[in-house]
Design a protein around this ligand. Structure first.
Ligand code: C2E
Ligand code: MG
Ligand code: MG
Length: 258
């Protein structure tokens, strides 16, 4: 019903390159504004949607809206990589890739500008099917990312076989990096491993300048977190983007917030 009543909303959180602080992409996060209960966070309704099967129309809705945004950016000559969160259940749907390719054709998005994020747990739930669908998605030109990396169970040998282009270090490790030597070691090791496997590494949950600088020094490729920008509604994001296109403006913003 929420989908039909247009009660779902996309919020968008920018991702920057740690090489030159340019905006390189954004993650799309779904929000539900309930008429009675107010704002319902995704960690509450996504598991419910997964159990009831509503996750299928929900994901297609998120994809269509994201592709429309991507097309708009394409037309403005400002292509950005947009990341969408995909559930384990989506990989089990018949024709998932075909439906995505159809929505892409309908919206005119170039699928090379789309990343799909999956958690390790989602992939390991049904590794054979997951691998098959991930290969299909990758063949369609979509980049694949392992979200919340380090929190789930996954075999590195298996990860190596997947058509994955990126890993996202979970924010729980990033958050404590400054105070916990263990977490710093985990982040560093993940970066080295990811790079040795030819993957790009994104750090999420960066909340302060010191953490951002440390990740840059460790050679992390991309960064996402409240210190850069909070997730925001699409219109606000487009305005933010205009203001932060210039890496120098971005650097100034990052430095100011120390
Ligand atoms: P995620 O994919 O790991 O998304 C990152 C979450 O971290 C987002 O929470 C984001 O708002 C939050 N975050 C970003 N930067 C910071 C920071 O600096 N500090 C802190 N403390 N948090 C930060 P959100 O939007 O509540 O989403 C939670 C989870 O819900 C997501 O985790 C994702 O797993 C799921 N989700 C969100 N949208 C969708 C969707 O469209 N489909 C599916 N299947 N899952 C979604
Ligand atoms: Mg994510
Ligand atoms: Mg995550």
């Amino acid at each position: 019903t929420a989908i039909e009543l247009d009660a779902l909303q996309l919020h968008v959180q920018p991702q920057i390159s740690l090489q030159d602080y340019s905006v390189v992409g954004a993650e799309v996060l779904v929000r539900w504004q309930h008429p009675e209960y107010g704002f319902v966070p995704p960690i509450e309704f996504i598991p419910l949607a997964e159990r009831t099967g509503v996750i299928h129309p929900l994901t297609y809705w998120v994809c269509r809206k994201t592709f429309e945004l991507g097309k708009k950016l394409q037309d403005m000559q400002g292509d950005l990589m947009l990341s969408i969160n995909i559930s384990a259940r989506n990989l089990q749907a018949t024709n998932f890739t075909r439906n995505i390719v159809r929505i892409a054709a309908e919206t005119g998005i170039n699928l090379g500008n789309i990343t799909m994020e999956l958690t390790e747990t989602a992939v390991m739930l049904d590794p054979v099917d997951a691998m098959r669908v991930m290969n299909e998605l990758s063949d369609a030109g979509i980049r694949l990312s392992i979200d919340d990396f380090g929190t789930g169970y996954s075999s590195l040998a298996y990860l190596k076989q997947l058509p994955v282009h990126e890993i996202k270090i979970d924010r729980s490790f990033v958050k404590e990096m400054q105070s916990s030597n263990d977490d710093q070691v985990i982040v560093h090791t993940t970066l080295v491993m990811g790079h040795n496997l030819g993957l790009q590494v994104v750090a999420e949950g960066i909340e302060d300048a010191a953490t951002l600088l440390q990740l840059k020094q460790l050679g992390c490729d991309m960064a996402q977190g409240y210190h850069i920008a909070r997730p925001m509604p699409v219109e606000e994001f487009l305005t933010w983007l205009q203001q932060h296109r210039n890496p120098q403006t971005m650097s100034a913003t990052l430095a100011r917030k120390v």
